[in-house]
Design a binder for this molecule. Structure first.
Ligand SMILES: Nc1ncnc2c1ncn2[C@@H]1O[C@H](COP(=O)(O)OP(=O)(O)O[C@H]2O[C@H](CO)[C@@H](O)[C@H](O)[C@H]2O)[C@@H](O)[C@H]1O
Length: 646
């Protein structure tokens, strides 16, 4: 299977003329005329409208896009002391191929498993739609069924958690014995179908799924007495179910269980999300949302006031497929140009790509979205360049006025060393030195390494692929381990050669290195706590989450100065006693070795400085609150503008 057929990475280089052509072909739809002036007028009108009063306008939040035409006047978020509530409440739907804790291969799942809660806390009604890859315990069948793309019947499972509706689309193509997207034989051949189906299933849901209105949206909010009464009824019914279960009366137990569920939410009003909704598509899998909005729904008078954001978590994966697959997407023939992507001669490969033609899902999303968001300010800049754009740089530069970078937050409940159930010893800012030493020694014992709290432990956690620089790490590791008294523990899976590389490292340095090949979330927590230094030699990194987790656990990151790593790791300055880690610019083994050398020098010879570094990382603001407000701001801007394609 060729690179293009697989829907995997696309090559970087694109000729100038090709870029121009691509930008032109990217606009099959009617684009709002008038440029910035018109948008500015719209913004002013929106700000003056009764929905957004002048009193409500607070100084704009800081975003990366200082050219943004709405500037500081567009914010409709009013911060009141003690009240984290936005004044303009929205219906927001995130559509994603993975969401933690149900399905996870990487950081996308972490983001979708945490950002929605932060927005719900601010009062918005938030739904997350993902595939039902397995029979999950919590989500219940809604009974709704819809036939899409002419032949595929999907079902919907639902669970509301802390005010967020998690909806899982059920279809036989989602559960697979292998991974979410691939198995030992490579990428699944029907991924385009699986994720177009997910996209359409999500876009149908607001019309008919009647979901319990979450507490933050109930008007008037339910009284504490009503909530207590419903909870008591549910508890009584649940107790009856348990008793019946114990007595072996299976039917009675089942009935009581259903009664418990009904009692639990009978007093909760149920409504549909409806058409006034903000869709947030994540990566190529769901990036056809704005295309379906413009080509399939709006011509029929549906979703006239909906908007779509395309969020880029990783531009390298674009969803590239043969041109003939376009027919299977349920789009009108004249929209083909929106998805078409033609590679320059030197990048063409595969029998179906004779003229370099393909359909590219992400390209279509980027050219039709109302707003484009990526996961750090640094990456937002990089993807406009030839080196970081993976061929999309021209298109992204053309969307610059609506492009923003927002650094990811983290789930501060899951990643909290003082309550983390995976750690042998919990710790906080007051006792992190002892706490981390215990975690380190326990891990050394578990891994069969010499047990000594004073030997610095260096860690790497991540996918084993060129993006994460695992090959650079392997090259640097030999020198690092030969010349220093350190322990190196790596956790990762992916590329077979790199997995073998980790195994080789372990066999070569038996008393200093361990390479854990696999995907193991509890181990990633233990290692983050036990290590003193975390290496992130990524070639490019849209945001990166491991350095954020590391800092919260008092582990000092050493990272390549790229994308989100540049934005989140501040270089140590011993004179000013500032900074949270070390970054390096030369993306190779020597660059990494130099930076880790400085980290080890500080660890060994300047212990107090190292402790202060750890503490600064631990106290760094990492929650989703700030990022949620920035997303909110961008959503507001999107609604101030008319739909980009209509
Ligand atoms: N072997 C293993 N065992 C257990 N856990 C493992 C693991 N390998 C990785 N993980 C976990 O997977 C997550 C990976 O997070 P990254 O930010 O590195 O994401 P990734 O590159 O997948 O995502 C993309 O999206 C995210 C989210 O926007 C961006 O931060 C990132 O830059 C971008 O490349 C972390 O939670 C990490 O601990």
């Amino acid at each position: 299977m060729s690179l293009l057929q697989s829907g995997r990475p696309v090559p970087a280089a694109q000729g100038r003329s090709l870029r121009r052509a691509a930008v032109q072909s990217a606009r099959p739809c009617r684009v709002i005329p008038g440029g910035r002036a018109a948008v500015r007028a719209d913004a002013a009108a929106a700000i003056a409208s009764p929905a957004v009063t002048v009193e409500e306008v607070s100084p704009g939040i800081e975003t990366t896009n200082d050219k943004n035409v709405h500037g500081t006047a567009g914010s409709v978020v009013v911060e009141q002391p003690g009240l984290k509530r936005a004044t303009t409440l929205r219906n927001i739907m995130f559509v994603t191929s993975e969401v933690a804790p149900w399905s996870k291969t990487g950081g996308l799942a972490d983001v979708l498993g945490s950002l929605p809660f932060a927005l719900a806390e601010r009062g918005h009604r938030v739904m997350v739609v993902a595939p039902r890859y397995a029979p999950y315990d919590g989500p219940k069948d809604t009974g709704a069924r819809v036939t899409l793309l002419g032949h595929a019947e999907v079902g919907y499972f639902h669970q509301q958690i802390k005010g967020v509706d998690f909806v899982f689309v059920d279809h036989p193509s989602y559960p697979r014995p292998g991974g979410l997207y691939s198995d030992a034989n490579g990428v699944y051949g029907d991924n385009q179908f699986r994720f177009s189906l997910l996209t359409l299933a999500a876009m149908e849901a607001p019309f008919f799924l009647e979901l319990p209105v979450p507490p933050q949206q109930q008007d008037p909010p339910r009284s504490p007495t009503a909530i207590a009464a419903a909870e008591a009824a549910a508890a009584a019914a649940a107790a009856a179910a348990k008793a019946a279960n114990g007595s072996g009366a299976a039917t009675a137990a089942a009935i009581a269980e259903i009664q418990a569920e009904v009692a639990a939410d009978s007093s909760v009003p149920r409504t549909k999300y409806g058409q006034d909704i903000m869709f947030v598509a994540n990566d190529w899998h769901t990036s056809l949302i704005p295309v379906y909005l413009a080509a399939k729904y709006r011509p029929h008078g549906v979703y006239g006031n909906a908007r779509a954001i395309v969020a880029i978590h990783n531009l390298r994966h674009q969803g590239v497929f043969p041109p003939y697959t376009y027919e299977s997407l349920g789009l009108p023939p004249h929209w083909y140009g929106c998805l078409e992507w033609q590679y320059p001669p030197h990048q063409r490969q595969g029998s179906w790509a004779e003229e370099g033609r393909s359909v590219n899902h992400l390209k279509a999303g980027l050219t039709t979205a109302d707003r484009v968001v990526t996961v750090s300010a640094g990456y937002a800049e990089e993807i406009k360049t030839y080196l970081g754009g993976w061929g999309m740089e021209g298109i992204i530069a053309a969307r610059d006025p609506v492009l923003n970078g927002i650094v990811n937050g983290i789930d501060t409940d899951e990643w909290n060393p003082s309550i983390d159930p995976h750690l042998p010893a919990n710790y906080d800012m007051t006792n992190f030195v002892e706490g981390k030493a215990k975690c380190k020694m326990e891990l050394q014992r578990e891994l069969g390494l010499p047990v000594n709290e004073h030997i610095p432990m260096v860690a790497f956690i991540g996918r084993l692929d060129p993006q994460k620089g695992a090959d650079i790490l392997l090259e640097a590791a030999q020198q690092l381990l030969r010349h220093n008294n350190v322990q190196l523990v790596c956790l990762g899976s992916g590329n077979k050669d790199l997995e073998d590389g980790l195994r080789w490292l372990e066999s070569e340095f038996k008393d200093r290195a361990r390479g854990w090949v696999g995907f193991n979330v509890p181990f990633s927590h233990k290692l983050t706590a036990a290590a003193d230094i975390l290496l992130m030699p990524s070639r490019f990194e849209p945001c990166g989450l491991n350095q954020l987790y590391a800092m919260r656990y008092g582990t000092v990151p050493v990272a390549h100065k790229t994308g989100g790593l540049r934005d989140t790791v501040i270089d140590f300055n011993p004179w000013a006693q500032e900074g949270t880690g070390w970054t390096y610019t030369s993306c190779d083994a020597q660059g990494l070795l130099h930076a880790v050398g400085m980290a080890l020098l500080t660890y060994n010879n300047h212990k107090e400085d190292f402790r202060k570094l750890q503490l600064r990382g631990m106290t760094r603001e990492a929650s989703w609150d700030g990022a949620a407000q920035q997303y909110e701001q961008i959503i507001d801007w999107a609604f101030m503008d008319p739909p980009y394609c209509r």
